[in-house]
Ligand binder design. Structure first.
Ligand SMILES: NC(=O)NCCC(=O)O
Length: 403
């Protein structure tokens, strides 16, 4: 891991900045001069304190409109470490994380969260670094009837909350195939649908392609009582086209449930990618990562010539929300379980679209044509070289002088 990423959070570092400088610095890094921090209900705070997690709440306002009422939604994001050692039986590990996340959902309900998303593969450790199949494949569950989904359905109905449940899916109807999937549970407790991760990492210890294939569900947007939502799962964050497609399908909030370790792979991109996607697509993005170090029984290598080891290093948390106007919330801690709550007005999506006209200027047919060419086997990149230009000009010159 690169030393330069053994950081405090930005927010911790800011505590030592003199107050007269703080406003300007925050404007640079969050796009606004103060955090718009909202109060947390005492019951939510009590649950957080007695279960050792942090709650942070921020507000994002849109302009007042004459014809449309504000569409205020409270969005929640959950970041956690695993709750039992990776050597414990699968059922023990699962029950332990259920108990931990259950408490965080109770706090979210006490603070009136409408739409909540958990981190990628929230029911299990990030086991893919090991490349071992057992017992890890036992965590895979049916997307309709599995343990994690069933557990959250109860909370969704009880608390009138839409919950996004990212799981390791086992498709029992289609040959027991495993997928990386996020299931959308409506506030009625019914499942609205699911999306399978489109971009699968094969980098460092992220050996997901040993377990499952690229998703086959396109870019669905799920219409809920609290807005149109979508999930761009983890590695898809590096793919602007993935973000774009959810935008074209009308998403207003796109969650990015992730598993990312500190260091050179993604740390320096984290606060750029979700925020850029929010601006480019005029929707809210919520980028969520797990925390803690997960230690495995058997050593594995990272295929980089370095010694074998038993953990990937710490996952860096840092969940945040970015708004279509380019502002963002502060990041959650890098090393603590936490619940981020942001109150937003979904009217901001259209307001930003009207202001910048990014959608109108998007030139989709131009790109459709270019992409169609780029996908062909005989594709030739459109590159113009200096020498060719010179030769062309010389030919032209000779021709001009012949007539
Ligand atoms: N879980 C996951 O997709 N991680 C991606 C690793 C990276 O961003 O390089």
């Amino acid at each position: 891991m690169s030393d330069s990423f053994n950081l405090r959070t930005l927010e911790e570092s800011l505590k030592s900045v003199p107050s007269q400088d703080l406003k300007d610095i925050k404007t640079h890094i969050y796009g606004r001069s103060d955090d718009h921090e909202l109060s947390i209900s005492s019951s939510a705070q009590r649950i957080a304190e007695s279960n050792n997690f942090v709650i942070k709440t921020y507000g994002f306002k849109a302009k007042k409109e004459d014809l449309r009422k504000p569409r205020i939604v409270r969005i929640g994001a959950v970041q956690t470490s695993i709750a039992a050692p990776t050597t414990a039986p699968v059922s023990v590990q699962r029950d332990a994380i259920f108990a931990k996340v259950g408490k965080i959902i109770e706090a979210a309900a006490a603070d009136n969260v409408n739409v909540l998303c958990l981190q990628e593969l929230w029911t299990l450790p990030y086991v893919f670094c090991t490349r071992e199949k057992y017992p890890w494949c036992e965590f895979a569950e049916n997307a309709k009837t599995g343990a994690g989904v069933t557990f959250l359905k109860g909370y969704a109905k009880k608390f009138n909350m839409v919950i996004v449940c990212p799981i390791l899916e086992r498709d029992e109807d289609q040959g027991d195939i495993i997928w990386n999937t996020a299931v959308v549970i409506s506030n009625t407790g019914n499942i609205i649908g699911k999306h399978r991760k489109n971009h699968i990492p094969r980098v460092g210890d992220f050996n997901e392609s040993t377990y499952y294939y690229e998703g086959n569900t396109g870019h669905p947007v799920f219409e809920t009582q609290f807005g149109k939502i979508a999930m761009n799962i983890c590695y898809g964050r590096h793919h602007p086209q993935n973000w774009m497609m959810f935008g074209l399908n009308g998403a207003e909030i796109v969650f990015n449930p992730s598993a990312e370790i500190g260091g050179s792979l993604s740390d320096r991109m984290w606060f750029i990618e979700g925020r850029n996607a929010a601006v480019a697509n005029s929707y809210f993005t919520v980028t969520i990562n797990r925390v803690g170090t997960e230690i495995f029984q058997n050593e594995f290598t990272s295929a980089d010539g370095k010694p074998a080891h038993k953990d990937m290093g710490p996952f860096y948390g840092s969940a945040y929300l970015a708004a279509p106007d380019g502002t963002r919330s502060p990041g959650m801690p890098r090393d603590r379980d936490g619940l981020l709550i942001c109150e937003v007005d979904l009217n901001m999506c259209r307001q930003e679209r009207d202001l910048h006209t990014f959608r109108m200027c998007q030139r989709l047919p131009l790109y459709a044509e270019g992409l169609t060419k780029a996908c062909k086997l005989d594709f030739e990149p459109q590159v113009i070289r200096e020498n060719e230009n010179l030769k062309r000009n010389q030919r032209q010159h000779t021709n001009d002088h012949q007539f």
